[in-house]
Design a protein around this ligand. Sequence first.
Ligand code: HEC
Ligand code: HEC
Ligand code: HEC
Ligand code: HEC
Length: 535
Amino acid sequence: MERNDRKGRLRLDILGVTVLLAVLAGVGLTVLLQGLRDGQAQTITENIPKGPALFKGWQKPDVAILVSGQMHGYLQPCGCSEPQYGGLIRRYNCVKSLREKDWPLVAVDLGDIATAASPQAVLKYTTAMKVLNLMGYSAIAVGKNEFYLPLEVVEGHALNNPMPRVLAANLSERVFEPWIIADKVSPKIGIIGLIGPSVVSQVSKFPNVKFAKNNRDVIDRSLKELGAKKPELVVMLYEGTFKEAQSAAQFFAAERKKNAQLPNINIILCLEEEEEPSGVPRQVEDTWILGIGHKGRYVGVIGAYRDASKPTKFALKYQLVSMGPELNTPKDKLDGHPVMAIFEEYAKDVKQGGYLTKFPRTKHPVQLAFPNSRYVGSERCADCHPHAFKVWSDSRHSHAFKTLVDASPLKYPPLRHFDGECVSCHTVGFNYQSGFADPTNTIKQNQRLINVGCESCHGPCSAHESNPQNVAIHKLINPYKSDPKAPPAIQKQRQNQLDHFCQKCHDIDNDVNWGKVPFHVKWVDRGIIHMTPKK
Ligand code: HEC
Ligand code: HEC
Ligand code: HEC
Ligand code: HEC
């Protein structure tokens, strides 16, 4: 997974260069050269300036615009491995440091702040919105994931909270505003929210979701209204692809040539197709188009500088900022951190709401063949498989649950062991029937299923336990059995399958280092393998 990820980054880097060249051949040189200087080679997290090196060469801008988006419910890195990027505590610290520079600051978010599929999605959404409010965000658009919440939840926020405002110019019969002028900053900044055709077609299936019949009329009207307020800079939050944003920018530029009352759109924030954003905005006509990547691992900061000779013009600079460990709050200061206070409330709500039992469960392959097979817990294997049991007891898998309990309260919000988004990989069979926290389990049964146990890899074993010699069950509970007599290619293939299986838990988010060491190191050298010794 990690390897694939690197390939992705490399490709983007190359893409960044080609785009730059194409753009350089075209227009608007001052802005572009600055974009080049500030943004060059910033597509890889490690290469982005950090700490004091950030904003090097920037004078105080007349206004700084902080952009974020596509957080997808990633409130906080889980802490399973290092380094992980993102998290709202770091973003808060970043915003705070910009405000401490005394820069006039406007913060906006593209949307898709929610996660698409989790029983905790609504709780996470309201938690994230509380934090954006705390950070003083002005506006957020409506992303695709917000339609899954459902949208009434978003309306509830919009009606009951002054900030951030929720913008969607082309969504009909809803409480959202099309545009706003940012409060209390000069120069005057207009912000407009728009949902692009690709997202419109994906969310139109939801009941009571209607879009303006004639999109162009609605957009024209919104832009005219906004133009009448004489904004000096306009940011469009555009829930659409780069291609769509590009043609939107061309369309607006053409309309503006016909009607000078329409405002110029200086910046379009659009959906980023790659996980990693480019550090260089792309210019179309007079508009900068940019995406900010996924999971809240970056924010972008645009510095706007009024042109001395032509005060209605602004030169723009761009800096991508990675939300890395250097933005951490020291552990002993976390206790009083305002974002942590919001997270603690969230953790309490998760526990009290009994969310552990609300996760969907499917049948494990063993249960498809043996429907009555249940999870029984690792202790029950000890007598018949003493060697495997000893090896497992000495491995970190055998105390993965204690790790969650101990993670509280300071390093993370407390009560992590009541959060299904944590226990899913730190217990046995969480996604399957009769696995940890299945609503039909007794407390005692759940107690046997804490930690990563034998059945996390072998599946529910009650059928095997009551019929140990059944060879059909042996096959099902040992799908990755090796065969030393098989041709090397087959053995390699089996190992790849096993590697792939481990990554169900050791995935790219939670174990960022998985791909950095060969598989046999993790399976053999780190003491997970447990072949029964020959007598
Ligand atoms: C009553 C004794 C007994 C218990 C309890 C038991 N097993 Fe077994 N298990 C056996 C026997 C016998 C075999 C077949 C011979 C062998 O491979 O040791 C076996 C085989 C296996 C195999 C290898 C299958 C193959 O041939 O590829 C796995 C995996 C396994 N058991 C897992 C477990 C797990 C996990 C538990 C606990 C949930 C468990 N067993 C509990 C007796 C038991
Ligand atoms: C059900 C989820 C799950 C599966 C499946 C899983 N692991 Fe783990 N693994 C964990 C967790 C959680 C930890 C951390 C436990 C702790 O430290 O408390 C861990 C820790 C480890 C460690 C120690 C930390 C390290 O990286 O050195 C090794 C090695 C490891 N696992 C190897 C494997 C291998 C090999 C497989 C596949 C054969 C595998 N794991 C399958 C969840 C899983
Ligand atoms: C998709 C599976 C998965 C999920 C979900 C998950 N973890 Fe983990 N966790 C792992 C694995 C795998 C490891 C071992 C990583 C390693 O050692 O490299 C681990 C290790 C840890 C560790 C030990 C880190 C260390 O350095 O010793 C902590 C603490 C932890 N997880 C906390 C959490 C919390 C809190 C959550 C929920 C927010 C969570 N985990 C969710 C898979 C997961
Ligand atoms: C991280 C995943 C994982 C965990 C946890 C795990 N196993 Fe296994 N186990 C495997 C894999 C994979 C194999 C097949 C290895 C092979 O054939 O190369 C295996 C093989 C076995 C075998 C057959 C050994 C042989 O000599 O052929 C037995 C028996 C067994 N496991 C029992 C257990 C028991 C009992 C536990 C808990 C105490 C346990 N396993 C925990 C992944 C796991």
